[in-house]
Design a protein around this ligand. Sequence first.
Ligand code: ING
Length: 331
Amino acid sequence: MSRLITAAAAQLGPIQRAEPRSSAVGRMVRLLERAHRRGVELVVFPELALTTFFPRHYHEDISHADKWFETAMPSAETAPLFDAARRYGIGFHLGYAEMAQEADETGAVRNRRFNTSVLVGPEGDVLLKYRKMHLPGHAEYDTRRKVQHLEKRYFEVGNLGFPVIRAPMGGLDGINMGMLICNDRRWPEAWRVLGLQSVELVALGYNTPSLNMEAGGFEAHHLRVFHSHLSIQAGCYQNSCFAVATAKAGIEDGNELFGHSIIVNPQGEIIAMAGSWDDELIAADCELDMCMLGRTTVFAFDRHRRPEAYGRITGQVGAVEPEVWQKSAPR
Ligand code: ING
């Protein structure tokens, strides 16, 4: 029996620093309308989809960055997006900067900031929330960099793990869905934790500079997109799942982000790709039963994995130096 869902990446072009949320939400509603006309059942919007990629801007006083955060989801400003999705019966993924009054590990309730994404069902219910675990960049102003990348300044590391939920979507009574955010896609461990929960579709938003802004060494420009696609295709193949990976793209206040949003199948094949760096909808039919081939053969985890040999993966943070070979004294 077919388990077909039509999914789409709703790529956004640039959002300028001065652009109000209402403008971004309006652009997203228009993409939902286009998705509805094309019979799309699940739409994936980018990471931090409501504002410009503000971690490129330094705020000495972090409270001056509060304007980039959402204190409620939905809110009056994002309600039109939820209303449109419910009107069309379309589920969606949305990335945004979350500010929450919440207890931390000491039990103290305080103001906490996360790079967050939510999966919303066709009736407007928030099905799942995820908070970005792999925060790239730095926490203090870096004079060497051409452009700052201050995610470690503005966000805490996520505290929800890598969850997967089985929930109704499209015409199906249950799809196993999970989320990653941007830099997460470069870490195979993140994909594997989702794969070990039988994920079938990963919703992933990203904001990725099209040029290497670190002063760490030369990286050929064409490799930026290659590395992004390589990470997503490998993640899908090695965990037998689909991914819908959606960019915020284009030039934001002079800073360029690449597009090339893609939809990838469990064989690791790109089955749809955006051609512009603007607002663009790419859609594909995802036959979820395609996940079963890999999951029951090459990547039948229960038959082939050897966790007893994987201790370093959770036992270490950084790499250690290897043992040095010594020529043994002649016997
Ligand atoms: N952006 C980039 C990303 O991981 C980056 C940062 C780019 C890190 C290239 C390493 C190499 O796609 C975000 N927002 O994580």
